[in-house]
Design a protein. Structure first.
Length: 85
């Protein structure tokens, strides 16, 4: 269950980072603030999580898998969800 939490947190964090990158690249100003606060919340959670649990291969695998799936999801969502200005 703990590794699932790490996977979900990293998935969402990278999703938001990639989403934010597309917001900046395509001048979607309205999405920048809520995306930034979501990233901040997840960033603090992940740092506290790793500080508490420590380093392990399973944490890295959960982090990496969540990250790559989050990036792919963000690219797909941004293309379909955010209208060009």
């Amino acid at each position: 269950m703990i590794l699932l939490e790490m996977f979900v947190a990293c998935y969402l964090y990278v999703l938001l980072r990639a989403f934010q990158q597309r917001n900046v690249a395509f001048d979607n100003y309205g999405w920048v603030i809520p995306t930034s606060y979501g990233m901040a919340m997840l960033d603090v959670f992940i740092v506290a999580f790793v500080a508490h649990l420590g380093w392990s291969v399973s944490v890295v695998v959960a982090n990496g898998t969540g990250g790559c799936l989050g990036a792919i999801s963000a690219m797909w969502l941004h293309k379909r969800w955010v209208k060009k200005q």
